[in-house]
Design a protein around this ligand. Structure first.
Ligand code: ATP
Length: 308
């Protein structure tokens, strides 16, 4: 493996009986990057992560994680990686300190180091004054940061975060991404899945998975420019629902979606031409076109377009 990669997989496949959950996928993750692994529920993301972490045996294909083979060096992989699952992998009936001590022990850290790491995690997670709290009683954001701290207790090269922000409030989500960025700056590779597409914008590289296959990849910018060749416009109107139905029925319009109090449309036409056609159609139906402007596609637009 070249030194600049943390993960490299080729033809990786997992079958459960006749069902192929992960279907011959290839990809690479560079050292120190934030790698976003996206896809709808059931796309095969968790199954892939479990294979990369040495928790599930692949049915076929090869992979190297942190320099070790996922088919036969899983014990070495486990020492080099951190893993935070969707459920935050904490013991709810233990206190904050006890959870840290448990994970320190599990990774075989000497007592002195566990003590130092305890302070480090409490600072990182902003849990001062909450050491003796039962984990179950912590709000989502605290629990999430504690889980991240315990996943990093043994100084892993790569950390796998499987939907780390699910069910966490927006402010905590933002704080969490700031912490993630800091770790990436320190050279730790971050492999993350998320359902929040605004969060995917923080990733250096994204792969999009659908029905077991990787269907697109690149930086957030590349994904937008390479996959959406059509123009996108924002439409302001005095009757949102009626306008949506009219736009959806027009041949010139590829896609229409309500976004807040406006509509976003995708079309191959230029601004002037589409404005005239829409005006005509709206007039016929007694509604008004109050404004139209060019907009940049979001990752959500890209994914809806690719997965439809
Ligand atoms: P989510 O976001 O819901 O976690 P995902 O992309 O991570 O989705 P996976 O959990 O990897 O998807 O599941 C992929 C598919 O494999 C699903 O259809 C799931 O039902 C199936 N699957 C996962 N684990 C098993 C198993 N142990 N036995 C049989 N089928 C499984």
């Amino acid at each position: 493996m070249e030194d600049s990669y943390s993960v490299k997989v080729k033809n990786l496949t997992k079958k459960f009986g006749n069902f192929t959950a992960v279907d011959h996928i290839d990809f690479e993750v560079k050292k120190g990057e934030i790698f976003g692994f996206l896809g709808a529920n059931g796309a095969g993301k968790t199954t892939t992560i479990r294979m990369l972490c040495g928790l599930l045996k692949p049915s076929g294909g090869s992979g190297i994680v942190a320099g070790y083979d996922i088919n036969n060096e899983t014990e070495n992989i486990k020492k080099k990686i951190g893993y935070m699952s969707q459920k935050f992998s904490l013991y709810n009936d233990l206190t904050v300190e006890e959870n840290i001590e448990f994970f320190g022990g599990m990774y075989g850290l000497p007592a002195k180091e566990v003590k130092q790491k305890k302070e480090w995690i409490i600072d990182l997670a902003n849990l001062q004054g909450m050491r003796k709290r039962i984990t179950q009683d912590l709000a989502g954001g605290w629990k999430q940061r504690l889980a991240l701290g315990t996943a990093l207790i043994h100084d892993p090269d790569i950390v796998f975060l499987d939907e780390p922000t699910a069910g966490v409030d927006p402010v905590s989500r933002r704080d969490f991404w700031e912490i993630i960025n800091n770790f990436s700056d320190q050279g730790i590779t971050i492999f993350v899945t998320t359902h929040y597409l605004d969060e995917a914008e923080y990733c250096n590289t994204i792969k999009l998975m659908d029905k077991g296959k990787i269907i697109a990849g690149g930086s957030p910018e590349d994904l937008k420019t390479e996959n959406i060749e059509a123009n996108m416009y924002q439409i302001e109107t005095d009757n949102l629902n009626k306008a949506k139905n009219i736009l959806a029925s027009m041949d010139e319009i590829i896609n229409v979606a309500i976004l807040g109090i406006n509509l976003n449309i995708m079309t191959n036409q230029g601004m002037e031409k589409i404005e005239n056609i829409i005006k005509k159609n709206f007039n016929k139906n007694d509604i008004k076109l109050l404004g139209i402007k060019t907009i940049e596609p979001t990752l959500e637009d890209v994914f809806v377009h690719l997965i439809d």
